[in-house]
Design a protein around this ligand. Structure first.
Ligand SMILES: [Zn+2]
Length: 472
């Protein structure tokens, strides 16, 4: 993994003075190249806060609950207070930074700035992509940049057309804004005989490195079928796959076009949903967060509206009024229902939901601290997975139950898949990094991230395959 302390995108700000990098870019194009943005995050900083004791973790968690939108502050928590010494990141508006840092330090928390100018970094991300695409074949998929929803859908369509024997699409739901949520079914031709594995990506919009991980999985499965390299494991000889590259397309599009830091879906919040809730000031320069969006990954019926989900529509983890009110959670329920009908219960070998960031491989439970009855088997499979993953570029993942690795999270798909849908191996992944760039993971790290993740997923599948008598 690259360990440079300079963000690769930062070199682009120097584009005009880096002739080696941009000598081939026409001057008029360079002039057009500007930091286009609506300045939503002008002056915002991202802070890394480290609680040093259980008391400080508790203090910070309480602060998050009660003071995120008070006074001059509008805070976007990128990660949750969890354990002593584990960094918590949050984006902070300019009018609040100094007071907040002082307050945090006064109670003993360590604070440092990881991203001094959030707006600039968002703009640089766009321009990096623009430059990277400039001299490429527009019809060729580029692994080295983030892709819009339209580009992802176009590439899926291309692959389905190119490999009709192995790939097909199935619509699972329609979003509030009318977009299709489509799963890609990857399997060798013939009757259903193998167990099946589910992988979904992009349920949280701003976690941009997640969708490319699903796309990479689809491509690797295709290529392994035809590989002449005997060391290349053809997982399609063992399993069928249902892969959902973008589980929250409305949110994803919004994160591209309006607000890079958007996490939820885009369903408008009804007036009745706000009744009896004390709404804090909302987010950024508008109340957009109070008016739109449910966190689809808090909308599943396991300990619904319990700890780690919010009843406040302004919150990023707003759970909605009832379970399965959202197209995105309905889509996942439908996908699992279809797999159960086609394969039979007990033949859905794994359910994997891919997020970013933090470098975690996690198992149930999220909503309670007690261990599941399959805890030991979960730990065994996760150990194999993270060890295979680490072999690629040395990236270290922490593994264990969600409630122990990060925090209590209620209403998540992982607990639902395990407890309600009866899928024994139900895992949530948080990909790179550990918080240095967070959601704005440099595009230079996409290839490494998706490659190592796939190695981890392969190891997971092979280990689980032993229980089905299909792997040794
Ligand atoms: Zn997420």
């Amino acid at each position: 993994m690259k360990t440079s302390s300079t963000h690769p995108l930062l070199c682009l700000i120097l584009a005009a003075t880096l002739p080696c990098f941009v000598s081939a870019v026409p001057a008029d194009l360079l002039r057009k190249l500007k930091l286009d943005s609506d300045n939503k995050y002008a002056g915002y900083k991202v802070l890394a806060v480290i609680p040093n004791s259980e008391d400080e973790v508790a203090w910070l968690a309480d602060y998050k609950k009660t003071a995120s939108g008070t006074g001059n502050c509008s805070l976007d928590w990128w990660s949750e207070p969890s354990l002593p010494t584990v960094t918590v990141s949050l984006a902070v508006n300019p009018g609040c930074v100094d007071d907040l840092v002082q307050e945090f330090r006064s109670v003993g928390l360590s604070v440092r700035t990881t991203i001094p100018d959030l707006e600039q970094l968002i703009a640089l991300e766009k321009n990096y992509r623009f430059l990277s695409q400039l001299y490429r074949d527009p019809y060729k998929w580029n692994d080295e940049v983030y892709h819009s929803l339209a580009e992802i859908e176009e590439h899926v369509d291309y692959l389905v057309e190119e490999y009709p024997q192995i790939l097909s699409k199935k619509q699972l739901a329609t979003t509030y804004e009318g977009r299709k949520i489509e799963v890609v079914i990857v399997r060798e031709p013939g009757p259903v005989t193998k167990p099946v594995i589910w992988i979904d990506c992009g349920i949280h919009a701003r976690e941009w490195v997640s969708p490319p991980t699903c796309m990479h999985a689809i491509e690797q499965l295709i290529f392994a079928v035809n590989s002449v390299d005997p060391s290349e494991e053809n997982l399609l000889a063992l399993f069928d796959f249902y892969i959902l590259p973008v589980a929250n397309p409305d949110g994803y599009v919004y994160s591209w076009t309006k607000d890079r830091m958007w996490r939820k879906n885009r369903r408008p919040i009804a007036a009745s949903e706000k009744q009896g809730v004390s709404l804090w000031g909302g987010w950024g320069q508008s109340n957009a967060k109070c008016d739109y969006g449910v966190d689809p990954n808090r909308n599943f019926p396991i300990n619904f509206h319990g700890e780690g989900a919010s009843k406040n529509p302004c919150d990023d983890s707003y759970h909605g009024t009832q379970p399965f009110t959202e197209a995105e959670s309905q889509a996942i329920r439908n996908g699992v229902k279809i797999m159960h009908e086609q394969y039979g219960k007990g033949r859905v070998a794994a359910f994997v939901s891919i997020h970013a960031y933090s470098q975690f491989w996690m198992s149930p439970y999220g909503y309670k601290k007690s261990h599941s009855k399959d805890y030991k088997d979960h730990m065994k499979v996760m150990a194999k997975s993270v060890s295979a993953l680490a072999k690629v570029e040395g990236t270290k993942f922490t593994y264990g139950p969600i409630s122990e690795v990060i925090y209590i999270a209620s209403g998540s798909s992982i607990d639902w898949a395990y407890e309600d849908a009866g899928i024994k191996y139900s895992f949530g992944l948080e990909l790179r990094d550990r918080g240095e760039w967070g959601f704005l993971l440099p595009q230079e790290e996409i290839v490494g991230t998706v490659t190592e993740s796939w190695e981890g997923l392969k190891a997971m599948a092979l280990e689980i395959g032993k229980e089905y008598g299909i792997a040794s």
